[in-house]
Design a protein around this ligand. Structure first.
Ligand code: PRE
Length: 118
């Protein structure tokens, strides 16, 4: 293994306007492609998705596995814990991988998930 590659966690998130299979598929593939384009990942170890409890139309892991032929990637999908100030219709991902970069990607309404609340 090249020494510049380290095991890191890369985060990302996206949002849905509606819990609809077409929008969910498009936004999950968009998120995945953006993370892959903005990073230099040499090996994926595991991928965990979380979806807020208002997302039921499709499983993001199944979409990637089937549509992008990622059958060898160990995916899991979980329900995100819900709190009083939780944002709605958010899909989060944590990719554990070997990478020389660690660029997080937040798209659409998920862009401000990590901004500090006043
Ligand atoms: O990074 C995100 O997706 C966030 O919503 C931020 C945050 C955090 O406060 O650090 C909140 C909830 C998630 O479970 C993970 C991280």
């Amino acid at each position: 293994m090249d020494s510049e590659y380290k095991i890191v966690g890369i985060r990302g998130a996206t949002s849905l306007n509606e819990d609809h299979p077409i929008e969910l598929t498009e936004n999950v593939i968009e998120l995945w492609n953006e993370i892959m384009n903005k990073n230099d990942i040499s090996r994926i170890i595991s991928v965990i998705f979380s979806v807020t409890p208002d997302i039921k139309s499709l499983n993001p892991a199944t979409i990637l596995r089937e549509k992008l032929d990622l059958n060898n990637v160990p995916f899991m999908s979980l329900e995100e814990a819900s709190f009083n100030d939780s944002r709605k219709k958010i899909i989060r991902v944590l990719i554990i991988c070997e990478s020389s970069t660690q660029n997080f990607v937040y798209l659409h309404e998920a862009k401000n998930l990590r901004t500090k609340k006043e």
